[in-house]
Design a protein around this ligand. Structure first.
Ligand SMILES: *Cc1c(COP(=O)(O)O)cnc(C)c1O
Ligand SMILES: [Zn+2]
Length: 415
């Protein structure tokens, strides 16, 4: 299994207190000399490492860049991402029967999904590397965020989308922000294979979550959850339940906790239990966790209403699986019907999310019903994207309209 230990002597390749390390063989790479996504020696995943890890006292300001001391750069290409609300959800809390449930709504980011947190860092790194074209494969939200941040940085953006499988709101965003959109006759995993090839050939800078800098920005979800929970409940949560696609957030949250432990700001036992949720039709991570495997088996055919997590080959699994294990977490698969039910339940508590996001609440319900989550737990569910991302799914899950004539009597008749 991967070695995710922090600390040790900084290597000679360190630049501005930052370097890249291979999680498989330990090889270190200079962060800004060349474009690299994987270990040049063994092809393992790379992780950003720092000379120093900050404690909470170092943080000031608001949003992602409040946490600049935990990030590779002092500033990013920013449109004020982060600082998303942590909502109470009274009806869900009572219904599920746990002590405290909150929802961290990442749909409240500028482009309506958490991807902005990664892009504010990643697009700035791309700028420092001097690349002239940014690219990603996407189930939708990554392309929306990259198009937006690329526009802000005045850099060309290329996105590859699985034909017919991207929700309307997301395509509209990528399109309006000016990305070159290619529709691929294949699924997300095929899109990622192609765009990774293009990146290897030097055609574009890859900003999928295999890019280690993006995950640095996404760590700030964890820092915000810890700070907000402490301020609002007096405690850190016992558990964070989140949807899993490429497992980037799972990996980023675990890295957030490891760094706090390394800084002396958190005890290892205090790490919230990372609990991943996938759709039954796309659940390779759940399979690996449940079977106790160190590696994920790629699923070739995946299907779910939750298109944002319609992924069969989660690239960040080698970083995420150890996190689920080390934090005492677990993983669970939920049906599309359970996802839609959870989407409606969130809506009744006033929180509008897209289907993939509702998987977190569906997973909480299921694990509580199975007794895997205890009644006395304080739980945070991560909702990753906004309701308006997928208007078709929202309309289908919601109630029907009634036609009436254009007069008050006609309206009164149906009330
Ligand atoms: C990208 C995305 C996910 C998947 O996140 P990973 O970090 O790849 O596991 C889940 N939900 C939404 C709405 C997303 O956009
Ligand atoms: Zn290596």
């Amino acid at each position: 299994m991967a070695d995710l230990t922090l600390g040790g002597e900084p290597p000679a390749v360190m630049t501005d207190g930052v370097w890249l390390a291979c999680i498989e063989c330990g090889e270190t790479v200079a962060p800004y000399d060349d474009v690299v996504y994987r270990c040049p020696d063994c092809d393992g995943l790379l992780e950003v490492r720092y000379e120093e890890y900050p404690t909470f006292e170092a943080f000031e300001g608001t949003g992602v860049w409040r946490y600049a001391d935990a990030l590779p750069l002092a500033e990013g290409v920013s449109i004020k991402e982060g600082n998303t609300p942590l909502y109470t959800v009274p009806e869900i809390e009572a219904d599920v029967g746990v002590a405290d449930v909150r929802v961290k709504h990442e749909g409240m980011n500028p482009t309506g999904a958490f991807k902005d947190r990664g892009m504010t860092v990643g697009v700035k790194v791309a700028d420092r590397l001097g690349v002239d074209r940014l690219a990603c494969a996407s189930t939708g939200n990554t392309s929306a965020a990259l198009a937006c941040y690329g526009a802000r940085a005045d850099t060309e953006v290329l996105v590859l989308l699985p034909a017919g499988k991207v929700a309307a709101g997301k395509v509209a965003q990528a399109s309006l922000h000016g990305a070159r959109i290619l529709e691929v006759e294949g699924n997300f995993d095929a899109c990622l294979d192609i765009v990774a090839d293009l990146a290897d050939r030097g055609e574009a800078y890859l900003l999928n979550s295999i890019n280690p800098f993006r995950l640095e920005g996404q760590k700030t979800i964890g820092l915000e959850i810890l700070e907000q929970s402490l301020a609002e409940t007096g405690e850190w949560p016992d558990r964070i339940v989140l949807p899993v696609g490429n497992a980037g957030n799972t990996a980023a949250l675990y890295k957030c906790f490891r760094e706090l432990v390394e800084a002396g700001a958190m005890e290892e036992e205090e790490m919230p239990a990372l609990t991943g949720v996938q759709a039954e039709g796309a659940a390779p991570m759940v399979e690996a966790v449940r079977e106790g495997n160190d590696e994920v088996r790629r699923w070739e055919d995946v299907e779910t209403i939750a298109t944002a997590i319609r992924i069969g080959n989660p690239v960040n699994a080698p970083k995420a699986l150890p996190g689920v294990k080390a934090t005492g977490g677990t993983a669970v698969a939920v049906s599309d019907e359970e996802i839609t039910d959870a989407q409606r339940a969130l809506a009744r508590d006033g929180v509008g999310v897209e289907p993939a996001s509702a998987a977190s609440v569906a997973g909480l319900r299921k694990l509580r019903a199975e007794g895997e989550i205890e009644a006395d737990e304080q739980v945070v569910c991560l909702t990753t994207g906004h309701l308006l991302k997928d208007p078709d799914a929202a309309a289908a899950a919601g109630g029907d309209m009634t036609s009436v004539p254009a007069d008050t009597e006609g309206v009164l008749d149906v009330l």
